[in-house]
Write a protein that binds this ligand. Structure first.
Ligand code: ALA
Length: 500
């Protein structure tokens, strides 16, 4: 069947070969770990930790981090095998095209929009929260009014005068997404030096917070560590399973967002000196560093403030708000954190927008997306039309959808992609046993199967509203595939002409 047409491995390896000529192998294991950490630490830690504690798990959000890390480690081992054997851009989309056929590849490409485009919107919204915190607590000026810094689906709690504000549009989120998209069009590449500075700042802030915050842990806030199962309904009227095992799984699904980005390491396979050794160190090393920091950080944060704080006053810019409220004498740290977080988020948005344009580029080159997505700017040599279309798409999400919803959509979309990557390893081992693999996932099929199970458990924990959103998104994707892509596929045309 046409929709199950697979891209022959020989084609992929030829593509890899020709692009390999233009890339230099300069990255070692240390640079890869830095790359990973730079892409990983962002809104997941500084915004969603508090959201997961408030809605799902209280202090046991730390256990959620551990489950999410285990799922990522299994999937990371699978990414390492595929990226070192098929080292071309497009990531999960490309691997699926080679193993499970065009329709599923399309689906995963469509799904990756949730990871990159919707992910960029999520971080943009978090950026907007911290911008307001920066305006009020660092510059001591008025914040951007609630109406213009929130989506139409949100409203505030009653203020001192009893007034409830309703959101209209998140302008700062839209603004930062627009700014980063324009930078990408100019061809701004994050150089290793800039990335390293960001990594040092981000990691430094997290370590400072853990070190100074530890003495402010109030054991009462950690009791009970795993709350009794109950239902928590937030002030927007959305219900969440709180406490118990479902609460921990739910928290894992929410904070899973904090690990997204480690797969970006896999896209650097062609620029790695010794992929066989360095890829697994890069992927797993950045995961280990982040997991340790995340567990300590969430332990301190949930120990400093009671859950009620994260449900009410400390809901926005949660980390800076908690420092201001619960760490007297550390106002300077709150200010430093706010500035560092704004800078850190900016780089994550940039990387995600870049990732999205790469996936669109690959899909467009294969004929599954219109050619505008791969047209390069005559001067800057960047896919500027794709960047502009992405700006409209991501901007709309950032301006009009609440942060929690886009964040969960990003998590569920990425989990789905991870499941297909694990599956691709098993299929490729059966179909192409002799293909040279620079790195081999250990214990196949056990490790990929465990990866699939842990990711599935987190999808379950994210709840039925998110399953529906994912289902709806994929259904729209299928309509586009059968309405457009299948008729324009280059592979499909080659087969029609007898070239395959
Ligand atoms: N992991 C990235 C973040 O937390 C996406 O912002």
């Amino acid at each position: 069947m046409r929709s199950f047409l697979k891209k022959p491995l020989s084609h992929l390896l030829e593509e890899a070969d020709s692009s390999e000529k233009s890339l230099k192998r300069t990255l070692g294991a240390g640079a890869l770990v830095a790359l990973g950490v730079g892409a990983i630490i962002g809104a997941g830690l500084f915004v969603r930790t508090a959201a997961a504690a408030a809605q799902n798990a209280g202090p046991s959000v730390t256990l959620g981090f551990i489950i999410a890390a285990i799922g990522c480690a299994f999937a990371g081992l699978c990414y390492a095998e595929l990226s070192s054997s098929i080292p071309i851009s497009g990531s999960a989309y490309t691997y699926t095209y080679a193993t499970m056929g065009e329709m599923l590849a399309w689906i995963i490409g469509w799904d990756l929009m949730l990871e990159y485009a919707v992910g960029a919107a999520t971080v943009g919204i978090a950026w907007s929260e911290y911008l307001n915190h920066f305006l009020t607590h660092v510059l001591h000026v008025s914040p951007i009014p609630y109406e213009w810094s929130h989506s139409p689906f949100e409203h505030s709690l009653a203020d001192a005068a009893g007034v409830i504000h309703h959101g209209m549009m998140n302008l700062p989120a839209l603004g930062i997404v627009a700014l980063m998209s324009l930078l990408l069009i100019r061809g701004i590449h994050e150089s290793a030096v800039v990335n390293n500075i960001f990594v040092i700042v981000k990691v430094g802030i997290v370590i400072l917070l853990i070190a100074f915050g530890w003495q402010f842990i109030n054991p009462q806030n950690h009791t009970p560590y795993i709350p009794e199962p109950s239902i928590y309904t937030d002030h927007q009227g959305i219900s969440h399973s709180y406490g118990g095992i479902m609460g921990i799984l739910g928290a894992a699904g929410v904070v899973f967002f904090a690990f997204i980005g480690f797969d970006a390491v896999s896209t650097a396979a062609q620029e790695t000196k010794n992929p066989k050794r360095d890829m697994p160190i890069g992927i797993l090393g950045s995961l280990v560093v982040c997991t340790i920091l995340y567990i300590l950080f969430s332990h301190v944060l949930t120990g400093m403030a009671p859950v009620e704080f994260f449900r009410t006053t400390g809901k926005e810019a949660s980390v800076a708000a908690a420092i201001t409220t619960f760490m007297p004498g550390y106002g300077w740290l709150g200010q430093l954190v706010t500035v560092a977080i704004l800078a850190g988020f900016t780089s994550v948005i940039l990387v995600m927008l870049l990732g999205q344009s790469r996936v669109f580029y690959s899909m467009s080159r294969d004929g599954l997306m219109p050619t505008v997505f791969s047209q390069l700017h005559p001067k800057f040599q960047t896919p500027y039309k794709a960047n502009l279309i992405i700006l409209v798409l991501v901007g709309a999400f950032a301006a009009f959808v609440p942060g929690d919803i886009v964040g969960d959509m990003t998590s569920i979309g990425t989990l789905f992609a991870f499941i297909l990557v694990c599956l691709a390893v098993i299929i490729l081992r059966k179909k192409e046993p002799d293909m040279p693999r620079k790195f081999r996932t250990p214990l196949v099929p056990l490790v990929p199967i465990l990866g699939i199970l842990v990711c599935l458990a987190m999808i379950v924990g994210l709840g039925w509203t998110n399953w529906l959103r994912l289902g709806g998104w994929l259904a729209i994707g299928l309509l586009v595939y059968y309405g457009y892509s299948i008729h324009h596929s280059k592979l499909g045309k080659m087969r029609k002409n007898g070239q395959l």
